[in-house]
Design a protein around this ligand. Structure first.
Ligand SMILES: [Zn+2]
Length: 260
């Protein structure tokens, strides 16, 4: 049976001289493993599918539980990502996390959208050079929003312990996925991070706003660093593992860090 789906190649494993398996993130069918024959050759008809970050319309043939690439129509290839090693390594981390978190063969609404808008922003940075700190903003937004979209929505409406409203002296609990109020924090201050009301508002924005607006907020430098810690700790705690691509990105980031 033939299916036509839009998707983004997020990883690839070579098989022999000329073929490979592609992991393709789609809205309709989640993460698909597609076998692609003969695509490695530059002259091959479906060569566009061979690149990671290729956003294409894929025509795939399904037999039992296997998908085979029939044809591919490129839509956007994110070539600009390779202009900047930090942007490129962060994009690789996004793919790595997504591959681990996205389910196969079930609808994953908006995961592809999240991935695409994050890569567009990263490519914009790589091509035009924005403030260096934008990279960590993109990273934080991606991490927290992804968790919310795949069923690890943190409780950010009320105190996760007592259910009362939240105002000041807040702490985030990355293992529990909630924010505690001043009274409850006195009793439960283990494994938590103090957050300012600006960081709290930014977290709420990332989790609850329309996906097209997730990057539309600003924070001062100190709060950005806090947000960065919170989002990364939350993701790593919830998925319960680390990622080599994250270590690599951080290494690249701190090597290249300027004073902006
Ligand atoms: Zn409370």
């Amino acid at each position: 049976m033939l299916y036509t789906v839009e998707g983004l190649v997020i990883s690839r494993r070579d098989i022999g001289e000329s073929s490979c398996f592609l992991d393709v993130l789609t809205d309709e069918l989640g993460l698909l493993e597609v076998s692609a024959r003969g695509v490695k050759k530059v002259s091959a008809k479906n060569h566009a599918a061979y690149s990671i970050f290729s956003y294409c319309t894929f025509c795939v043939n399904k037999t039992k539980n296997n998908y085979t690439l029939n044809s591919v129509e490129p839509k956007y290839l994110f070539h600009g990502l390779s202009n900047d090693i930090c942007a490129f390594s962060l994009a690789n981390y996004f793919c790595d996390v997504m591959k681990y978190c996205a389910s196969s063969e079930e609808q994953q609404p908006n995961l592809l959208r999240l991935m695409l808008i994050s890569l567009y922003r990263l490519e914009g940075y790589a091509s035009h050079g924005e403030e260096y700190t934008i990279l960590n903003k993109l990273k934080s937004v991606f991490e927290l929003r992804l968790m919310a979209q795949i069923g690890f929505m943190p409780e950010l409406r009320v105190c996760g312990f007592c259910g009362r409203g939240l105002d000041e002296n807040l702490r985030f609990y990355p293992i529990l996925g909630l924010v505690g109020c001043n009274d409850c924090n006195v009793k439960n201050n283990n494994d938590s991070i103090g957050i300012s009301s600006s960081v709290f508002k930014a977290m709420r924005h990332i989790v609850y706003s329309d996906i097209e607006k997730i990057f539309s907020f600003s924070l001062n430098k100190e709060n950005f660093i806090k947000l960065q810690n919170v989002c990364e700790m939350y993701l790593l705690n919830q998925v319960g593992r680390s990622f080599k691509t994250l270590d690599y990105y951080k290494n690249m980031y701190y090597k290249g860090m300027r004073n902006d």
